[in-house]
Design a protein. Structure first.
Length: 161
C-alpha cells in the first residue's frame, strides 16, 4: 500500500532552506550521502504529516510500533502548532545526534523510537532506531528496508500480527 497521510495533519509550509540546512549538516560527516528523491517528494508534499499507512515490520518480521508523524522541514515562525517545534528534522537530529551515529531520523514512532536513513551505508537504507537501547556513540537499530520506496510499499493501514 502506498504511503498515505491524514489530510489535516500537515505541519506547515515546507521550507527548502530547512532541508538544505539538513543536507549541509549531514554532508559534513557523510559527503556521499544523498536524500532519496522519493523521500524529498514526500516531505515537499506532506511535510510533517501523520500517515494513515503507519504499520510496518522489521526485516525479521516483528511488528513495530506505529508511525506517529514524519519529521518536518518548517521554519519555527511558520508552524501552525508550536508544540511541534521539536519534530522539526533539524531540531530533532541535533538533540539526539550523539546517540544516532550515522543515522538520520525522518519519522517518530508511538514509543519515541525513530525511523532513520543509514547515512553510512552508502545507500538510503531505512532502519528502526531504538531510543531506549541507544547510548552516546552507541546507537541501537535494526534493518527495515533497502530503500524508502521499499519501505513505503510495505506499509499498511492495519496492524496485523
Amino acid at each position: 500500500m502506498p504511503l498515505q497521510f491524514f489530510d489535516a495533519s500537515l505541519v506547515g509550509p515546507f521550507s527548502k532552506r530547512e532541508l538544505d540546512e539538513m543536507k549541509d549538516m549531514i554532508r559534513a560527516d557523510f559527503p556521499s550521502f544523498e536524500f532519496d528523491p522519493s523521500y524529498v517528494h514526500v516531505v515537499e508534499e506532506f511535510n510533517g504529516g501523520r500517515p494513515s499507512t503507519r504499520y510496518f515490520r522489521t526485516r525479521v518480521g516483528q511488528l513495530a510500533p506505529p508511525i506517529e508523524r514524519f519529521l518536518h522541514f518548517t521554519a519555527g515562525h511558520d508552524l501552525k502548532d508550536h508544540q511541534l517545534g521539536f519534530l522539526n528534522a533539524n531540531v530533532f537530529w541535533s538533540a539526539l545526534e550523539n546517540r544516532l551515529g550515522s543515522l538520520l531520523p525522518f519519522a517518530v514512532l508511538a514509543n519515541n523510537d525513530a525511523l532513520c536513513f543509514d547515512c553510512g551505508s552508502g545507500e538510503s537504507q531505512v532502519v528502526l532506531w531504538s531510543n531506549e537501547r541507544s547510548e552516546e556513540d552507541e546507537p541501537s537499530y535494526e534493518g527495515v528496508a533497502d530503500s524508502f520506496d521499499d519501505f513505503c510499499a510495505a506499509l499498511s493501514s492495519v496492524a496485523t500480527e
